[in-house]
Write a protein that binds this ligand. Structure first.
Ligand code: FAD
Length: 460
């Protein structure tokens, strides 16, 4: 049977490796890190399993993927109510929003402004010069944009909302209009089953571990601490604990950042592709973990901070996601989006811990002191940044990759998409279905699948 190389062992790479091995392909799964799971992995900190920021398996996951995950995790996939809070102009609102809670606790000026905005009819389209800001202003009105989406966008992506592409609004804001927002809100009020999530008892990374075990059982080979350095027709060059080696392969399914892939393909890409790759950027993130010797910090799973005065965007308490049992200990995980060029990227743990303590104070949350232990992790590619004009750059790379035989780019990093874990697994399953027994990749079928991926809306 033909040999396939899969690059990157996040959920997309793991899902692809498992499906390929099940079909009888010889599979080598190559991962630069020393563990699987990518941004969806988990690790042990102070005796608790913690994730790389708040991760949940959303109920919009396809039944096929949910069935696979359940069968891999046995009884370990918990069905949990969401119980978060948003800090809005000094008040706390339940998140996801609940009608009665929002009516009682939203700042009165915010409530009045949002209701007034809902009654004002706005133009259906904003013409050619659309941006993230104009789409949301038109859909939701100025109040929700000013107090929530715009400052949050600036913190998450590091750009003013006017500098972001309208696609960002379509992909990241599921309630992009007042009508949709009201619909979500009211359905939630009636207890429609929304406002719940799935979570593995041993941390979100247990999903990836489940795929890893299934892929290995099906015969895939996993190479950790191994980077791919060159992709040529019929072979790939790897560097890792075994030194540098070139392996023959019929096809490469790549889930590493598409900008990185474009640079390693030989013969080299045209200059226009190189320029396009250089212009696409990923937002990075520092995750700061504080271990506390107490049972629980708050009852909430996550706190969201849209305001610009509070440095972090989210604080999660992993213990509250899966009710892990470690008496007398909890961990907080703060998310700090940033650029690798920012000074904070190289800050030490004590500076980062101070930054989190200040943010919590600013939000009126309790002082976490005494802090038992601090750790930090860095995600170089946390979010793709959809700057205005990113699309032609992505399409330049994408069209060129279409012409590179035996190489397919997929997954969150590979398609420069904001997608959730279940979306990237769906991409992996679809890509494997596009391969014939002789490892020919059906590009037409893949294009049809790609059109379906465009309907994915990211959930937080
Ligand atoms: C803060 C945060 C919160 C999130 N919350 C949720 C959530 O609640 N629910 C949800 O469903 N999704 C969530 N996501 C998204 C989720 O993390 C991603 O959808 C998922 O991890 C994407 O999987 P992937 O395999 O496509 O990419 P990744 O997870 O990024 O995996 C790519 C892999 O490629 C490897 N790699 C890179 N370069 C090389 C190289 N040269 N050679 C070999 N290997 C390489 C990387 O080390 C990595 O393991 C969140 C993401 C972030 C950043």
């Amino acid at each position: 049977m033909k040999h396939i190389t899969v690059l990157g062992a996040g959920p997309a790479g793991l899902g692809a490796a498992w499906k390929l091995a099940q079909r009888g392909f010889a599979v080598t799964l190559v991962e630069r890190g020393d563990r699987v799971g990518g941004n969806s992995g988990s690790f042990d900190f102070a005796g608790l399993q913690v994730d790389y920021g708040s991760h949940r398996l959303h109920p919009s996951c396809s039944p096929e993927i949910l069935t696979d995950i359940r069968s891999m995790l046995g009884g370990d996939l918990l069905d949990r109510p969401r119980h978060g809070r948003i800090h809005l102009r000094g008040r706390w609102l339940h998140f996801p929003l609940k009608p009665v809670d929002a009516a009682l606790h939203a700042p009165p000026a915010f409530l009045a402004g949002a209701l007034r905005d809902a009654l004002i009819s706005r133009k259906a389209t904003g013409g050619e010069s659309e941006t993230f800001a104009s789409v949301l202003q038109r859909g939701l009105g100025p109040t929700i944009c000013r107090d929530f989406y715009f400052p949050y966008a600036l913190k998450i992506w590091g750009l003013e909302p006017e500098q972001l592409d309208p696609e960002q609004a379509r992909r990241r804001v599921s309630a992009g209009s007042v009508a949709k927002l009201a619909g979500k809100f009211l359905r939630r009020g009636k207890g429609s089953g929304k406002g719940r999530f799935f979570y593995p008892r041993q941390g979100f990374g247990q999903i990836s571990e489940g795929y890893r075990e299934a892929a290995l059982r099906a015969g895939a080979e996993l190479r950790l601490r191994t980077s791919v350095t060159a992709v040529e027709p019929g072979r790939v060059t790897l560097t890792g604990p075994r030194g540098e080696e070139t392996i023959e392969t019929a096809c490469v399914l790549s889930t590493i950042p598409v900008t990185m892939l474009a640079r390693m393909i030989r013969p080299e890409a045209p200059a226009s592709v190189g320029q396009a790759a250089a212009s696409l950027q990923y937002r990075s993130m520092i995750l700061i973990y504080l271990a506390l010797d107490r049972e629980q910090f708050t009852e909430f799973d996550a706190h969201y901070f849209p305001a610009s005065e509070i440095a972090i965007t989210r604080l999660s308490e992993p213990k509250n996601y899966g009710l892990s049992k470690l008496p007398g200990r909890t961990v907080l995980c703060a998310e700090l989006p940033c650029s690798k060029q920012d000074r904070v990227w190289n800050s030490g743990d004590s500076v980062l811990a101070d930054l989190v303590v200040r943010a919590l104070r600013e939000a009126g949350l309790p002082d976490p002191a005494p802090i038992r232990e601090v750790a930090s992790r860095r995600l170089p590619e946390a979010y793709p940044i959809y700057t205005l004009g990113y699309k032609p750059a992505f399409e330049t790379i994408d069209h060129w990759l279409d012409s590179v035989e035996g190489v397919v780019s997929l997954g969150r990093q590979g398609l420069f998409a904001h997608d959730n874990t279940h979306h990237t697994l769906a991409m992996a399953y679809a890509a494997v279905e596009c391969l014939s027994e002789s490892a020919e990749f059906d590009r037409n079928r893949w294009s049809a699948a790609r059109r379906e991926f465009e309907s994915f809306v990211v959930e937080d």
